[in-house]
Write a protein that binds this ligand. Sequence first.
Ligand code: ADP
Ligand code: AMP
Length: 215
Amino acid sequence: MNIILLGPPGAGKGTQAHHLVATRDMIQLSTGDMLREAKESGTEMGKRVADVMARGELVTDEIVIGLIREKLEGGKGGGFIFDGFPRTLPQADALGQLLSECGETLDAVIEMQVDDEALVDRITARSTCSNCGEVYNDNTKPIPADGVCTKCGEAHEFIRRADDNEEALRNRLMEYYKKTSPLIGYYYAKDMLSSINGLGPVDDVQRSIAAILQG
Ligand code: ADP
Ligand code: AMP
């Protein structure tokens, strides 16, 4: 089963994708994670996208479509979770094309609805384990007092993303409403869209997603 988690920054896409990877053997394809890896490893592409990402703007369609193309050529596991991709209509068209070239289908698009006020609260409180990427939140899931990650069991640094500040977040939200939210209509018209309330506790959101996947 191949699915898209669609929603604004901070909607909980990464948190839910990690759960699906752990429980359903699915493969998370997060273009944000791939771009951050490229930046950290200092590749030419990573250097080119660093400023755009720091400002909270979108990198070019060509770059992210290239990243996804490479990953689709790898293993499939229990299906792909597209997290943070597609973010524009050309990316959505490209994904459809790439999947059909691999003989795959897109089975569900899950829109996670969270209001802007909650997004700001969530994003400014977010940190991640630098070892395994587990996502924490100062308010709802604080870093353990002993500094040991609950997922990987190791004590590494917990990172706050450079673009998790109010100014970059304003741009990220603007980009979402201008360029990504049209995908809601795009997938609705294809009869693929399911919208869920992403505001409740993590477990409730997990249950809403499971209900859609069990369809
Ligand atoms: P996204 O991948 O959509 O940007 P994340 O999964 O990284 O979002 O979540 C953003 C922040 O909100 C993180 O700090 C995470 O711990 C927290 N979070 C995620 N889901 C929920 C939820 N249902 N309720 C409260 N906080 C949440
Ligand atoms: P994310 O981790 O999904 O919040 O993405 C972080 C940043 O990476 C975004 O603000 C963009 O600059 C860039 N990015 C991630 N995915 C995409 C995409 N599909 N299209 C364009 N830019 C992206």
